[in-house]
Design a protein around this ligand. Structure first.
Ligand SMILES: [Fe+2]
Length: 186
């Protein structure tokens, strides 16, 4: 490979595989999870991901190239990690929700990096339409990453798996918001 164009097309074929793989994975994951907000969020992002794959396809058409896919090992690996956890660890509902949220944050951050690289190449080659389409996808990934990160902070594991003694030691820190308030008042 010698040209930026070839590299761009190579990265684009990788991204098309990633998005298509994710459409599949998000559908499965949204059925598996229990938290209503997570379930809804994953289903909504699945629909969004279908449109993202279409935008990537559109770039191929704009450039007169055929929309091929090369295996995106990064995304496939992340998807597989979630699947393996779900199938082999027999996780409780809350732990599966927490793991799946974290797994999708990893996916979003991967995709954000991938789109940023693609946008840099497209800008260098002055493919204006491609830049615009890629930026639309990037914006959606960034919004999804934010939503998932907010949700991740809300999800609490039911069982911390600590002994009673350790849990008792935790009690004073649970009172800390109150004591902070009283310190402020003083
Ligand atoms: Fe995506």
């Amino acid at each position: 490979m010698q040209t930026a164009h070839e590299l761009f097309i190579h990265e684009l074929t990788d991204m098309l595989d990633a998005e298509n793989r994710l459409v599949e994975a998000l559908g499965k994951q949204s059925e598996e999870v229990s938290n209503a907000e997570l379930k809804k969020g994953l289903a909504a992002h699945q629909r969004q991901t279908q449109k993202q794959a279409q935008r990537v396809q559109q770039i191929f058409e704009e450039l007169g190239e055929s929309p091929e896919q090369t295996e995106c090992k990064g995304i496939r690996g992340l998807v597989e990690e979630q699947q393996t956890f779900s199938e082999e660890e027999d996780p409780s509902e809350d732990l599966l929700d927490i793991f799946t949220t974290g797994a999708n944050i990893k996916v979003e951050r991967y995709e954000i990096s991938a789109y940023e690289s693609l946008i840099r190449l497209a800008q260098l080659m002055k493919h204006r339409k491609a830049v615009q389409l890629l930026q639309e996808n990037l914006r959606e990934e960034q919004q999804t990453e934010k939503k998932l990160s907010v949700l991740a902070r809300k999800l609490k594991p039911e069982n911390l798996g600590m002994g009673e003694e350790e849990q008792e030691e935790e009690t004073p820190s649970r009172r800390s918001p109150g004591s902070r308030r009283s310190r402020k008042a003083a």
